[in-house]
Design a protein around this ligand. Structure first.
Ligand code: SF4
Length: 1010
């Protein structure tokens, strides 16, 4: 390596060492990215040179936003391949299979190239090509009318993978619309809730590379959150000797790399974690100093009388019994503002001695004593000695304990959020919080640069997305939308989906079809998408959007302890700009009339308010050329010039402007090693007329210092005199602390206690909706959410390389289970859910817990006609009689002629089964997360069953919806202060405080509650 490196140094070129770190370079030196030469592999054995421009962008095939480098042929001007971008701090030049497959997506012969307008009935499959002008004018006029008529709550934007940091939220804010709907409650709200209740911020940022012990409750090495950036750091950690523990009911790729793989009964993970916590507590193996300084134990003691860890007995058959908690003494106490104070520990009563840490330690020991290894073994089916071994191993990690849970169980079961809470409790016990090798709050490892305009947040509250039944939900109750509209709670005039396919992705897809085909419920549906998807068939407009190399976005993710910004860009535009061409619209370089969303949103906003009379146009107006629309170049130029510390100087050192620098390298690291911000001493300038309360919270009158980083942070309440919370007093010093109501890590959540859920105010275990107590004798659990490493939701169906590797989703079942059913691999099975069934092939394996079944995500894609991804979508017949819906496969995948000769080589026909349609909605009453695990009956297929068959009765979907809704504790019955939701909690487009107030009248009784 030294020789090679020496040569590079001699040439003043950058050397990127390859994985062997012995000789070969892994990437072309960046100094040669304007003209990189390679031999044409297809011309071999001739030595034909090809010259490339190497232009960075970021992958858009999952949220990680890894860096890509487009190799643009200097002769044809076309992208020849994508490889990793070594200048990207998150991915460091590496990608998973989906990154390079971006090439397939841009050359996909089935992609949508022109704006389309429905010409028949919705869902009939008749389309006519329209112009962008005509579509924009029509949609803009509808939105303007709704705004002028004060029907702002009829405008909704529903996004799956945003892939950007706040651009579209600001567009909605400019319109004054509280209409941001996301997919988060079918994705990660469970984990987010658990993390936010502890540390204020809702995601972990683990430092796997420096950990001594890593505990994962997700399949990080194949599909987890921040998949490639985290996977490579897990492997880095292992290479340095870290031990890897994986909890996964299924033998995932991650599990195959583990030192300890345990396959617990689904939903029992919380019991395992609390047993480990109990071991640390009973044996005093926790970091006493950290717990004493940073847990809100004083607040706990003040509220701890008669307190005990309680289990949520989820009554699957009789939801009303669950609601009995509403009238419990504990709750009526909680509604009054907390549990009864413990004798000797009253809040701020100077007459009594202050609570001591030793008192807390005594209580902690008592509270968790019931979580023995034997209890955990009984719940999980994992051997007690194995749990003990794992606990002992974790105890050795100290502050170098990294852990992560994102989807997996926390998105699978009711009370899944308590798993993330129990997991982070281990970090909080070990003091492995914002340490090298520990876990950081995500926002500390994230940088969202201040944009050119920041419109005020909307002056309204959208009850359709933030209904009062779910005051603590982490995100919008998006997957209940069809039910809310059917309830008559609202109608939509203009509904957008973007990177989102709810008919396929969400549970209860037939209810979505019923909603979208009813013009009384949805006036105009606009699908923004690069490819056909199951939802777009029911749209009024299908508008073609660019892939990762055809659009702009910026983003920053918590991949490790650093802050970086990635820049997604249309690579052909950047290439032609390098050559001196003027390109002011991505449609000039994209295929057909494919556009990018940022330009689309700006143009739409401009047309909504052409004359500026609504006060909207100003947010998309050029500062350089007043009276004209902002361009994306000016938008990003402003951000890179003004909001990225150090970038202008760094760019200048290479004789580049900041925008040129980002176009050339695609990423910028703002800071490496952010460290423990909670320990930062609050500077003197921020202390003005301070007030320190009885719990050590420090409030100031000093304004919050302006920051170029506008990453969303929770906003805990100030004091009664209008000061803001600035920090906490710890051992006489004023520290920055955590963005929680107490300023500390919240072992005790006053939020849960005050909003009617006092029984879960400290980390607890909840017996889930699929706990054995709640299953009938012939039911088992279906795990339906696991991903395959090479596919991503429904977005990668147009990548032929990926489709060839993974194109079907048989039902995993254990050998012993298969023997009982008398089935073998490839036999047909019928899987019955609460509302219907699907028919799937069996895959018999030892790689799953006996008795549990699993079916992967991504597959079972379908189309109603030839429009769609022919490589991975079956052609189906969709039928219904009343509320009974049937989907029947008419044709699987097969070879076909297209502009790509490879489509004639398709050798597979089975594309799997669409299982999500047969799942009813299961909204967790606290986090709002859809609980994906299903109680199912698995039998051999019946006569007449065919692979891919789906049957559902949407009347039954309604019944299940009402049953789960009845478990909620709505704000208008439980709010401690007359508000809809705790103001401090994170929320996209957070309205001003006055809009948090509940209306006087109780406008909406929860359905199903007498
Ligand atoms: S992990 Fe894979 S799919 Fe996700 S951004 Fe990185 S390369 Fe793309």
């Amino acid at each position: 390596m030294n020789t090679m490196n020496g040569e590079n140094e001699h040439n003043e070129e950058t050397f990127y060492p390859g994985p062997s770190r012995s000789h070969l370079a892994a990437f072309p030196p960046k100094e040669r990215w304007d003209d990189w030469t390679e031999l044409d592999s297809q011309a071999w054995p001739r030595r034909k040179e090809r010259h490339y421009s190497l232009v960075p962008t970021t992958c858009f095939n999952c949220e990680s936003a890894c860096g890509l480098l487009a190799y643009i042929d200097k002769v044809t001007g076309e992208v020849q391949k994508f490889e990793g971008n070594p200048e990207h701090p998150g991915s460091r030049g590496r990608n998973c299979a989906k990154g390079p497959a971006t090439l397939n997506q841009i050359h996909d012969p089935d992609r949508i190239l022109y704006p389309l307008k429905r010409s028949g009935k919705r869902g009939e499959g008749k389309w006519e090509q329209t112009t962008w002008d005509s579509a924009l004018d029509d949609i803009a006029a509808r939105i303007r009318k709704a705004i002028v008529e004060n029907r702002r709550n009829e405008i909704m934007y529903h996004v799956g993978r945003p892939g950007e940091d706040g651009f579209t939220e600001r567009i909605l804010a400019a319109w004054g619309v509280d209409g941001h709907n996301s997919h988060t409650n079918i994705c990660s709200s469970g984990s987010r809730e658990g993390y936010q209740l502890w540390m204020g911020l809702d995601r972990p940022s683990p430092d796997h590379a420096n950990a001594k012990v890593i505990l994962l409750i997700s399949a990080h090495l194949e599909s987890g959150h921040y998949f490639n950036p985290h996977a490579q750091r897990v492997i880095d950690g292992k290479a340095k000797g870290a031990k890897l523990i994986v909890f996964d009911t299924r033998l995932s790729h991650t599990a195959t790399h583990a030192d300890y793989w345990v396959a617990p009964y689904p939903g029992s993970e919380g019991a395992l974690l609390l047993a480990i916590a109990n071991y640390l507590i009973q044996n005093s193996l926790y970091n006493r100093e950290f717990v004493r300084r940073w847990w809100n134990w004083v607040e706990f003691l003040e509220n701890s009388s008669e307190f005990r860890v309680s289990s949520f007995e989820f009554d699957h058959a009789n939801a009303e019994q669950v609601s009995k908690h509403r009238d419990s003494d504990a709750d009526s106490q909680a509604r009054k503002g907390g549990l009864a104070p413990q004798r000797g520990c009253p809040a701020g009563d100077p007459a009594l001695p202050p609570p001591t840490f030793e008192q807390f330690e005594d209580q902690l020991k008592q509270l968790y004593a019931e979580y023995t290894f034997e209890f955990a073994a009984q719940e999980s089916g994992v051997d007690a000695r194995t749990i003990e071994e794992i606990a002992k191993l974790i105890a050795t990690a100290g502050p170098r304990f990294s852990s992560h849970n994102w989807r997996s169980v926390s998105s699978g079961v009711s009370g899944g959020w308590t798993v993330a809470r129990a997991l982070f409790m281990l970090n909080a016990l070990l003091g492995a919080v914002a340490t090298e090798g520990g876990v950081f709050p995500n926002a500390w490892n994230k940088f969202v640069p201040k944009p050119i305009y920041s419109p005020p947040h909307p002056q309204m509250w959208n009850e359709t997305q933030w209904p009062r039944e779910y005051p603590l939900s982490m995100h919008e109750m998006s997957f209940l939308l069809p039910h809310f509209l059917k309830d008559g709670r609202a109608r939509l005039d203009v509904y957008f989906t973007r990177v989102y396919n709810p008919v396929w992705t969400n549970p209860d897809g037939f209810s979505w079809i019923e909603m979208l085909t009813d013009p009384d419920l949805v006036g105009c549906y606009v699908a923004l998408t690069p490819t056909w998807n199951e939802t777009s068939y029911f749209a009024d407009y299908v508008l073609p959007m660019g892939h990762g190399s055809e659009r702009h976005d910026i983003h920053s993710y918590e991949t490790h302890d650093a802050q970086w910004l990635g820049f997604r860009q249309p690579v052909k535009k950047a290439d032609r700009q390098r050559e001196g061409e003027e390109i002011d619209d991505t449609r000039q370089v994209n295929p057909g009339e494919v556009w990018e969303e940022n330009e689309f949103w700006m143009e739409l906003t401009w047309r909504i308010d052409r004359d500026g009379s609504l006060g909207i146009r100003q947010y998309v107006e050029s500062k350089k050329y007043p009276g004209t629309r902002l361009s994306v170049d000016e938008y990003y130029e402003w951000i890179f010039d003004n909001s990225l510390p150090g970038l202008p100087d760094k760019a200048a050192s290479e004789n580049l402007t900041p925008l040129e620098f980002m176009r050339r390298y695609g990423a910028y690291e703002i800071k490496n090693k952010v460290g423990a911000l909670y320990e930062e001493t609050v500077p003197r300038e921020e202390m003005e007329d301070i007030n320190v309360d009885a719990r050590g919270r420090v409030f100031t009158r000093a304004a919050k210092p302006a920051s170029p980083n506008v990453v969303p942070i929770p906003s805990p309440n100030g004091d009664d005199d209008g000061r803001r919370l600035v920090g906490v007093q710890v051992d006489g010093e004023i520290k920055r602390g955590f963005p929680t109501p107490s300023g500390r890590l919240e072992f005790y959540s006053s939020t849960l206690a005050e909003w009617g859920w006092s029984e879960y105010a400290i980390p607890s275990y909840i017996k889930s909706h699929v706990h054995p107590d709640n299953l009938a004798a012939d039911e088992t659990i279906l795990i339906s959410t696991f991903r395959l490493p090479v596919q991503i939701h429904t977005r990668s169906a147009n990548a032929k390389w990926l489709d060839e590797i993974a194109h079907t989703n048989p039902l995993w079942l254990h050998t012993s289970h298969a023997a009982k059913l008398g089935v073998r691999t490839a036999d047909l099975l019928r899987v019955e859910t609460e509302i219907g069934y699907f028919v799937v092939r069996a895959w018999v394996t030892e790689g799953i817990r006996p008795g549990i079944v699993a079916c992967s995500h991504h597959m079972g894609r379908w189309k109603l006609s030839e429009q769609g991804q022919r490589q991975l979508m079956a052609t189906v017949k969709l039928d219904h009689e009343g509320t009974e819906w049937r989907l029947k496969r008419e044709k699987g995948a097969e070879p076909y002629e297209s502009s790509d000769p490879d489509t004639l080589r398709i050798w597979w026909s089975d594309v799997g089964v669409h299982q999500n349609m047969t799942f009813p909605v299961h909204p967790d009453p606290i986090s709002g997360m859809h609980c994906w695990h299903q109680a199912v009956r698995v039998t051999r297929a019946k006569d007449g069953d065919n692979v891919g068959d789906v049957f559902v009765d949407t009347q039954k979907s309604r019944e299940v919806y009402k049953k789960w809704l009845a478990m909620t504790r709505p704000a208008d019955q439980y709010s401690p202060d007359g508000t809809r939701r705790p103001y401090w909690m994170l929320r996209p487009l957070k309205p001003a405080r006055e809009f948090y107030k509940l209306p006087e009248e109780k406008t909406q009784q929860p359905v199903g509650v007498e």
